[in-house]
Ligand binder design. Structure first.
Ligand code: IGP
Length: 262
């Protein structure tokens, strides 16, 4: 089971980091943090002027596709995203399966003003403190990977630290967990994290079950404007897009083309 494998590896790494940088040290660097997290909701909620928002992802590789982009400079990519008009930027920080790095967050934060998502497999409060210290505005919490209680506690701690969470779901059971936890921003992942199978109808299927007032993010497999137009009509506020942009020679132009409302 790939998800189990990633979580196991994540926990192993975490034990090492906790010894190397105890929480007290990590907490101390917060005193020097010049980048307090921003309130992310206004960046993601659809409005009349901006009927859909785009979270563009910095992702070198994935377990389903291997290396997606050879010519990979996270800062240059993030700057292209910013110039192209991204509403937020998702930074993969998981090192083994996605070839990400926590340092990318800090690098990008220093030069880019667009809000940043720490995209990782978060299972521990320690990772939330890290997210804050390294410059994230919001974090991903994956309902499938957490128990009801864990999800609720991690979401509460995220807010305690002044951040918000994008709570990712893939089925009704995840949705129940997300609502129980008090999620305000719900990501519907079209990709099954176990089988990598895609269901591009999932947003449409789950939408009627989601209470009013939540911000909805459609995630994965979005590669054309037709999909965006359709899913935004169905009720998605924002789109999380990685691979499509990572495969472009001109990332900025590709993003601008998606942002242009027809
Ligand atoms: O590259 P895509 O198909 O546009 O998908 C982006 C994003 O949704 C995907 O990377 C993702 C969604 N949920 C995740 C959880 C962990 C790692 C990665 C992900």
């Amino acid at each position: 089971m790939i998800l189990d494998k990633i979580i196991r590896q994540t926990k192993e790494d975490l034990e090492r980091r906790k010894i190397e940088y105890p929480l007290e040290w990590l907490g101390r660097s917060l005193a020097y943090n010049n980048y307090p997290p921003r309130d992310i909701s206004p960046y993601l909620k659809a409005t009349k002027e901006e009927p859909y928002r785009i979270i563009a992802e910095v992702k070198k590789a994935s377990p389903s596709k291997g290396v997606i982009r050879e010519d990979f400079d996270p800062l240059v990519i993030a700057q292209s995203y910013e110039k192209g008009g991204a509403n937020a930027i998702s930074v993969l920080t998981e090192p083994h399966f996605f070839q990400g790095n926590l340092e990318y967050l800090t690098q990008i934060r220093r030069y880019v003003a667009t809000p940043l998502l720490r995209k990782d497999f978060i299972v521990d409060k320690y990772q939330l403190v890290e997210a804050l210290v390294y410059g994230a505005d919001f974090v991903l919490l994956i309902a499938t990977a957490l128990s009801r209680k864990e999800l609720k506690e991690l979401l509460e701690y995220t807010r305690h630290l002044g951040m918000e969470a994008l709570v990712e779901i893939h089925d009704k059971e995840d949705l129940t967990k997300a609502i129980f936890a008090g999620a305000d921003i719900i990501g519907i992942n079209h990709r099954n994290l176990e089988t990598f199978e895609m269901d591009m109808n999932l947003t449409e299927k789950l939408m009627p079950l989601i209470p009013n007032g939540k911000i909805i993010v459609a995630e994965s497999g979005v590669e054309c404007k037709e999909t965006i137009a359709h899913l935004s009509k169905v009720g998605a506020d924002a789109f999380l897009i990685g691979e499509h942009f990572m495969r472009q020679a001109n990332i900025e132009e590709a993003l601008r083309a998606f942002k242009k409302v027809d």
